[in-house]
Design a protein around this ligand. Structure first.
Ligand code: MRU
Length: 388
């Protein structure tokens, strides 16, 4: 397992790696309240659907452990927990993991049996149940990702239409879905890690992922960190890559994560995913979505029901980075925010797009791979756990 950790937690203490400073600086923020977690998520110091849910759940566990709840009855304790979770829910709207985690946590505290206990003991039991459930979300995420990695690597190799003489494949990924977006290993990047450790990966291409550059700042960093042979391209180079290098480099699959997979398989993920799926289809390259079942939303029928977050204009018109010296070395003590467009130009900045199910070949979950049936539709009922 990778040593990269976006989230460090022990009971009563939560530290979150500030991803805005990567790859140049490793700085952990101490998160002690829901407000600090909200700000950390909203400002994208932590990002990625599973990591967002984990940080929100654990931040509230930390404040509860540290005595933030002053409610006088069990009912008021539950109401307090629910109101903090409702507040955290507003931090980012598109990824469903946060909403799923929140409804699971709410159900858990409502189910705690407190009969026979007096006020104080009953309240403590509710708080303990919350903390344990939040910790379990964190713990289970890595196990989930390791399973996704195994299922996905097997599927990609078995379904590759191109491979090297040694049976290896190259893949392309978009955005960041690795250790930094989860509790460890990652989802789409987890499949790439698993392909690599099985000796089945010849090369990983990653897109820069404008406007926030999760690909160049985070995925490229994780690939280099793991010694995975890799190449960075801009988002706009994917078509040229497939057209000129699919056969030569054995590019067998595009593997992406998901912020929300809805009932019919339509998938919201980082903006640019849809364009990659169209290109993959045109070039006969498999298009694979890696999604823990916590990213599947069966309550929403199609992609039209997904709320897409729109972010601020400065993400397109400005960029921040460290100063590069004459010899190419990076001076992390000198960072700058730089204008890269006329600051008065109109801007549209949707953070995600929706890839229609018809462009997706497989959705890899921790409980197996789901492909479309003979009717051309996805059916996730076989992989959905009963828990939530
Ligand atoms: O805006 P971000 O960086 O939170 O977007 C992240 C993505 O789109 C990821 O691909 C998705 O959350 C899956 S992370 C395992």
């Amino acid at each position: 397992m990778s040593g990269l950790q976006a989230i460090r937690y022990t009971r009563g203490s939560l530290e979150v790696l500030d991803q805005l400073r990567l790859p140049h600086e490793h700085h952990y923020d101490n998160i002690t309240t829901s407000e600090e977690a909200f700000d950390c998520i909203k400002s994208m110091r932590v990002r990625g659907a599973p990591a967002i849910a984990i940080v929100a759940a654990l931040a509230h566990a930390v404040e509860l452990h540290n005595g933030a709840c002053k409610a006088s009855t069990t009912e008021k304790t539950i109401a307090y927990i629910e109101s903090r979770l409702d507040y955290l829910f507003e931090s980012r709207p598109t990824a469903v993991d946060l909403g799923n985690a929140i409804s699971h946590l709410k159900t858990t505290v409502r189910r705690v049996v407190v009969s026979g206990l007096d006020g104080q003991a009953a309240q403590e039991k509710v708080i303990e149940a919350y903390i344990e459930a939040a910790e379990e979300i964190f713990r289970k995420d890595t196990e989930t990702n390791l399973s996704i990695g195994e299922h996905g690597a097997k599927w990609v190799v078995e379904n590759a239409t191109v491979q090297s003489a040694e049976g290896k494949v190259a893949v392309l990924t978009h955005c960041n879905t690795g250790s930094l977006a989860t509790s460890g290993h990652g989802t789409a990047l987890g499949i790439i890690r698993s392909l690599h450790s099985a000796g089945s990966l010849s090369h990983a291409f990653c897109t820069e992922t404008r406007p926030y550059n999760q690909g160049s700042r985070l995925t490229a960093f994780e690939l280099v960190y793991e010694n995975i042979p890799s190449t960075l391209i801009t988002d706009s180079m994917a078509g040229a890559l497939f057209a000129t290098r699919k056969q030569k480099d054995h590019i067998a699959a595009v593997i992406v994560g998901a912020d929300r997979v809805v009932r019919n398989g339509d998938t919201a993920n980082k903006v640019g995913t849809y364009a990659l799926a169209v290109l993959a289809k045109y070039h006969g390259i498999k298009f694979v979505v890696a999604a823990p079942t916590t990213s599947i939303d069966l309550k929403t029928e199609t992609g039209f029901g997904i709320k897409i977050e729109e972010r601020k204009r400065e993400e397109l018109t400005q960029i921040s980075g460290a100063v590069v010296g004459a010899n190419g070395s990076v001076d992390v003590s000198k960072t700058a925010r730089v204008a890269i467009a006329d600051q008065r130009v109109g801007v549209w900045n949707p953070a995600f797009d929706v890839t229609p199910a018809e462009l997706i070949d497989a959705v890899v979950t921790e409980r197996g791979v789901v492909e479309k049936g003979p009717d051309g539709r996805f059916d996730f009922s076989g992989v959905m756990p009963e828990r939530w």
